[in-house]
Design a protein around this ligand. Structure first.
Ligand SMILES: Cc1ncc(COP(=O)(O)O)c(C=O)c1O
Length: 321
């Protein structure tokens, strides 16, 4: 199998980007299929970072999804954690980066664990600063189809100039297909061409039957609207019960996570999560496990079914931390 995958799959991905973001992509030069998005996120630093040039800093958001940082470390890059500030809505500050040494900037929007959504102006500014300094902007948009408010998250693919920009997409969250391992990377044709040269060395496109299933998934939107409604229903039963405990909802309004500040005076997130597990039987992720800047918070994943979320809310109503 070729790294480029099936033409039908690249075309379906481009059709979805057109419908969802109003952005036009050339399926042959601007899209490459991936095995989910994780492996592509992990390996991007290997094609972007050039240690000999002294441009070897990879910027990752923290608290965040840890794979980009690990991939950068394996590529021998210096990993710079951009600590997300609640006062900035958990979004990165372009002025805080050492631009002369930056090779790659990761943006995760919507954020994991924060659910924060980057406005187009921030994407534009990060892309422009990356371009001016010869760096790449990598936009991890795994949760872009899952939002709770009335505004759908934007994509870096909407930028008028996509030079130096790549966006990472996956069917894992959108179509609840994590086991299929199917996604794609899209953006700057030079970077896509580099990925097509690199990827045969480490793996190729998903199996053909997975690619064909993926065409169907990208071409249909009804099941995505249904998934979005399911996550919203689960959030509605669970969030009030968590707020009643004194937790504060400090996250954005997208992804399938709740990002909560542990009650003041009891801000040891690990201890809180341990008590929730042992005394109520509910598993949440302590924010301090999700990187610098996460302590004092917990991440609740709305992944059990609605019945289980309702049961969790009932159990929480009878518990006091
Ligand atoms: C922010 C983010 N990006 C990417 C991924 C990777 O998902 P997949 O490899 O299933 O596409 C995840 C998975 O949890 C994630 O949270």
């Amino acid at each position: 199998p070729l790294a480029a995958g099936l033409g039908e799959l690249r075309a379906a991905a481009a059709r979805w980007v057109g419908r969802r973001f109003g952005a036009a992509l050339d399926p042959d030069t601007e899209v490459v299929p991936t095995l989910g998005s994780k492996e592509a996120i992990f390996s991007l630093a290997q094609i972007v970072v050039n240690r000999a040039s002294g441009r070897d800093v990879v910027v990752v958001p923290t608290p965040g999804y840890p794979v980009a940082a690990r991939g950068a470390a394996f590529a021998g890059a210096e990993v710079l954690e951009a600590v997300l500030d609640p006062a900035r809505g958990w979004l990165p500050d372009p002025d805080a980066l050492p631009w002369d040494r930056v090779a790659l900037v990761w943006l995760t929007s919507p954020g994991n664990p924060t659910g924060a959504v980057a406005p187009p102006a921030l994407m534009d500014e990060l892309a422009a600063r990356c371009r001016a300094h010869g760096a790449v902007l990598a936009s991890d948009e795994a949760y872009c189809e899952l939002w709770f408010g009335d505004r759908a998250p934007h994509s870096a693919l909407e930028l008028a100039d996509r030079t130096g920009v790549l966006a990472f997409h996956t069917l894992s969250k959108r179509s609840s297909m994590p086991g299929y391992r199917s996604g794609f990377v899209a953006g700057d044709p030079e970077l896509v061409a580099a990925l097509k040269r690199f990827r045969p060395s480490v793996g190729t496109a998903p199996q053909t039957f997975v690619q064909r299933a993926s065409v169907a998934a990208w071409d249909h939107d009804d099941h995505v609207a249904q998934a979005r409604a399911r996550y919203a229903a689960k959030r509605e039963v669970l969030l009030p019960a968590l707020l009643d405990l004194g937790l504060e909802d400090v996250g954005g309004d997208a992804s399938f996570f709740l990002w909560l500040r542990v009650a003041a005076g009891d801000d040891d997130d690990e201890a809180f999560a341990a008590r929730l597990l042992t005394e109520v039987g509910i598993v949440v992720a302590p924010g301090s496990y999700l990187g610098t800047g996460g302590s004092g918070h917990v991440r609740v994943a709305l992944v059990p079914n609605l019945e289980a979320c309702a049961r969790a809310a009932e159990l929480l109503a009878g518990w006091r931390p």
